[in-house]
Write a protein that binds this ligand. Structure first.
Ligand code: UTP
Length: 225
């Protein structure tokens, strides 16, 4: 089985409304790929998750419940994404085991989160490890991994390549700041390291990036390996 996993950030498929044009073009791009026969697509919660979580946080709602709410948001987004594919699951798997079984039956398996305590970054690396994918595309709203947040720091430098250990150090460093927005969580990077999965962190709005990676493993973002 020649598979690839794509972690599709929630901010890519929706802002205030669903980004239907991008969702359609993304699915068309995936359908045009002939170098892989199975696609695991893990969709993030985006604004839907963030709005619910930040509103309820003000009322000191338990973090575990907030995570459950976030997971449900990712699954709504995942279900929305399935409508753009044909050879795809109709029920959203809630575990990696279920997703791994489904991938035998469908060319595309779309899912969201699994359990509290991590993000869909971890789900996507776990899925990649489980189904034996050698590469993972992390489609985000930033075009790679930077030394600082490029939206607020004009001196931020983009890394073209990072070792697993350097990426883990950077993730730890970033996760200690207030309001931290980490490019990938530490668990996900640790799993990628143990499984030797090559991660491409790219601008998910740029459809050429997916093609470039899936055909010749080149991209304008950051490669973690
Ligand atoms: P995301 O994976 O979208 O989180 O899940 P994120 O990385 O913070 O969001 P983006 O990619 O920047 O938009 C949304 C939330 O759902 C919960 C977490 O609270 C997470 O922040 N979640 C998600 C889980 O608890 N477990 C999961 O497996 C997935």
């Amino acid at each position: 089985m020649n598979s690839v996993v794509i972690s599709l950030g929630g901010s890519i498929i929706s802002k205030d409304r669903l980004n239907l044009e991008l969702m359609e073009k993304f699915s068309e791009t995936m359908k045009s790929i002939s170098t892989y026969d199975k696609f695991g697509i893990v969709v993030g919660g985006g604004k839907l998750a963030r709005t619910y979580i930040s509103d309820l946080k003000k009322y000191k709602v338990n973090d575990n419940i907030l995570d459950e709410i976030g997971i449900n948001a990712t699954r709504i987004n995942a279900l929305a994404m399935t409508t753009f594919f044909d050879d795809v699951n109709s029920k959203i798997p809630t575990t990696i085991n279920d997703a791994a079984e489904m991938i035998h039956n469908y060319r595309y398996v779309v899912m969201g989160g699994t359990e509290p305590g991590h993000t869909t970054d971890t789900v996507s690396t776990l899925l990649a490890e489980r189904i034996g994918s050698r590469i993972l595309i992390n489609a985000t709203s930033v075009d790679g991994v930077y030394s600082a947040d490029p939206k607020t720091d004009s001196g931020a430098i983009k890394y073209r390549e990072l070792s697993y250990n350097d990426a883990i150090s950077l993730s730890i460093q970033n996760s200690t700041g207030a309001g931290a927005n980490v490019f990938m969580d530490i668990t996900s990077l640790t799993i990628a390291k143990r499984a030797g999965i090559e991660i491409f962190v790219v601008n998910g709005f740029n459809l050429n990036e997916y093609k470039n990676i899936l055909y010749n493993k080149k991209c304008d973002g950051t490669v973690i390996h």
